[in-house]
Design a binder for this molecule. Structure first.
Ligand SMILES: [Zn+2]
Length: 180
């Protein structure tokens, strides 16, 4: 009985991490006829978007890396579980929407962790990567594209490793920083 329960749990975990149920993730594909809400980024996010672009140039090694036409704004994330979402529209355009009440009480590293995660979906076209590794008995996220964003402490401590993974999809720098 117990083994069966564990097996079912493993199956559920697998299905969540591998196929990404559309109703339960922050990369939301919009239906035909729906159009993007914003044309430009709210100036509140200008700095953090510039940071993403600079990090993209630095870590990818591509000097012409650009965020492109992906506005970031406050709005309705359409799911109480998500503080931020990437909406993807049928015309191929995308946008990031952030819950304002969350933003107003979040720390700076956590804001960057969330915005960079959403831009990972909207600009880099990345999906979730829920791999975790054990370090000294505690579990650490092996990617900023984990469905649950990296917390401010971990992000601040391992920023270079996480950004290397975000822009190059290689984890060795992060794992080396973890000491594994
Ligand atoms: Zn996500």
């Amino acid at each position: 009985m117990k083994i069966r329960r564990i097996f079912i749990l493993a199956l559920i975990t697998l299905s969540i991490s591998s196929c990404g149920l559309p109703l339960h993730r922050d990369l939301v594909v919009k239906n035909k006829g729906e159009v993007r809400q914003f044309e430009a980024t709210n100036p509140i996010f200008a700095n953090i978007v510039t940071q993403f672009e600079q990090a993209g140039k630095q870590y990818s090694g591509n000097p012409s890396f650009s965020v492109g036409d992906v506005p970031v704004n406050f709005g309705d994330t359409e799911n109480p579980s998500f503080e931020g979402v990437c909406f993807s529209y049928p015309d191929g355009r995308t946008e990031v929407i952030i819950r304002e009440s969350w933003w107003n009480s979040a720390s700076q590293p956590l804001k960057e962790s969330l915005i960079f995660h959403e831009l990972g979906h909207c600009v880099l076209g990345r999906d979730h990567d829920n791999e975790t590794v054990e370090v000294n008995g505690s579990s650490r996220k092996a990617s900023m594209m984990n469905a649950v964003i990296v917390n401010s402490g971990q992000y601040s401590e391992f920023r270079a490793g996480y950004l290397t993974e975000l822009f190059t999809q290689t984890k060795q720098t992060l794992f080396t920083a973890f000491g594994i």
